[in-house]
Design a protein around this ligand. Structure first.
Ligand code: SAH
Length: 214
């Protein structure tokens, strides 16, 4: 894994592009500048790594567009030490951003092959979120409650189990809707059994699918 000055230069440009699209949190822009996104793509596609675009990562899945990663992260208002649950580990790039912001990160992936590949890569990169192979619809009840929950696949509706696993005062960011376009929702858990939601624009994610896959 080679991270050259050229890659660093491309990352600086990418961070500037994401800033120009409206992201203000400097910690997130710094994380984009720091994390070698080209490590998360197969080596034959390295030249695509620093475009502000999503990209296929195998098993029919994609690494999200950097702007979208930044947008979701900004909505979550991560504070150092927050216990964060991510649904849809995918390439692991988003999990690394959350770690750079000081989150204690738990992440679930339903594709076994992706889970294995990402666990190995992040280990090599010395990032150590807690990774699980499982169904994100169920969350991780054994480790609940979480300060923040981030869903990185399109959910048909807000999963009840995830709301339950959020701390009162906690927040969840989740794209909700059908295949073509989803509404980004920010959920505030206002009490043990109550929450409020806010719509934050339209996005397009791969669908959140039920149960595990080999
Ligand atoms: N956060 C990822 C983006 C992944 S795309 C990144 O930074 O690269 C969405 C991911 O969600 C895919 O890897 C997909 O396999 C996964 N996914 C879809 N449904 C899921 C479910 N029910 N539980 C866990 N992961 C799921």
């Amino acid at each position: 894994m080679n991270d050259s000055y050229r890659h660093k230069g491309l990352r600086r440009k990418l961070a500037a592009e994401v800033r120009s699209k409206g992201i203000k949190d400097e910690r997130i822009l710094d994380a984009i500048e720091k994390i070698p996104r080209h490590f998360f793509l197969d080596s034959s596609f390295v030249e695509f790594a620093y475009q502000d675009k999503p990209f296929p990562i195998g098993s029919g899945q994609t690494i999200s567009q950097p702007y979208t990663v930044a947008f979701q992260t900004e909505l979550l208002e991560i504070e150092k030490g927050d216990k964060v649950l991510e649904i849809g580990t995918g390439s692991g790039y988003q999990a690394c951003i959350l770690l750079e912001l000081g989150g204690r990160v738990y992440s679930i992936e339903r594709h076994y092959a992706l889970y294995v590949k990402t666990k190995k890569l992040l280990g090599q990169m010395k990032y150590s979120p807690k990774l699980y192979y499982g169904d994100g619809y169920k969350g991780l009840p054994a480790f609940a409650p979480f300060d923040k929950i981030l869903v990185t696949a399109a959910a048909p509706s807000i999963p009840e189990a995830l709301i339950q696993q959020l701390k009162p005062g906690g927040m969840m960011v989740i794209p909700v809707g059908k295949a073509n376009t989803q509404v980004m929702k920010k959920i505030y858990k206002t009490g043990p059994d109550s929450y409020e939601e806010k719509d934050c624009g339209h996005f397009r994610f791969v669908p959140m699918l039920g149960d595990k896959a080999k």
